[in-house]
Each structure stands twice: as structure tokens, then as C-alpha cells.
Design a protein around this ligand. Structure first.
Ligand SMILES: [Cu+2]
Length: 114
């Protein structure tokens, strides 16, 4: 509990999604039918990153990481969720939805791995 409190304090207030909003160690990303994710930037810890992709809407959406499209592709539609894991080194990445037109419509976000 102390560790969690320290982690939360270190995050401060911003539009960055909390590291552990629901499940410990799982990066939760929500897809919105407005062709958006629920945050502009996500953060995760170096190593095997488990991502849970949740749809808040009805349209089908995907989630891939630029440059690692062949390693992980999550897909949601009609209220479903999807999850998977990917190993990433420290750095800055771009998440996006690869359904035609969606990224162009704004469906991308940054991922900071540290
Ligand atoms: Cu999409």
C-alpha cells in the first residue's frame, strides 16, 4: 500500500492515465467511438507489459504499437475486451488503431516505457 501511494504521488496530476487504474501491473487502455483512446499518454514499466484493451462503445477498434505491429494486435468490438503482452525496452512509443481511417481520425496515443 505504501508503494502504491508513492507511485501515485510521483505521477502528479496530468492527463496521463494512472499506471494501475484497475488491475495491478496491467496497462488498461479504453477505446472510444469518437476515434480516441481514453488518454493522450500512457505509462508502463520496462519488461513484459500486459495490456488490457477495453471498448467503451460499439465500433470495432484495434490497438497496435508503431514498429511492433507484428508482435501484438488487440481487437475489440461490441463491448468486448482483449488483452495481450509485449516486451518493450525503455523509450517512447506510439499506440494506434490500425483500422482504416481511425489513426488519421486521431486514434493514436503515446506510450512512455520506463
Ligand atoms: Cu479504431
Amino acid at each position: 500500500m505504501l508503494l502504491l501511494a508513492v507511485a501515485l504521488a510521483a505521477c502528479g496530476t496530468s492527463s496521463i492515465a494512472p499506471l494501475l487504474p484497475t488491475d495491478e501491473g496491467v496497462l488498461r487502455v479504453v477505446a472510444l467511438d469518437s476515434l480516441d483512446f481514453d488518454a493522450d499518454q500512457y505509462e508502463a514499466e520496462v519488461g513484459d507489459i500486459e495490456i488490457r484493451y477495453v471498448l467503451d462503445g460499439m465500433q470495432g477498434h484495434s490497438l497496435v504499437i508503431e514498429g511492433s505491429e507484428n508482435q501484438l494486435r488487440l481487437e475489440v468490438s461490441g463491448g468486448s475486451t482483449d488483452s495481450g503482452a509485449i516486451a518493450l525496452e525503455a523509450g517512447r512509443y506510439i499506440l494506434y488503431c490500425d483500422i482504416p481511417g481511425h489513426r488519421e481520425g486521431g486514434m493514436e496515443a503515446r506510450l512512455l516505457v520506463r
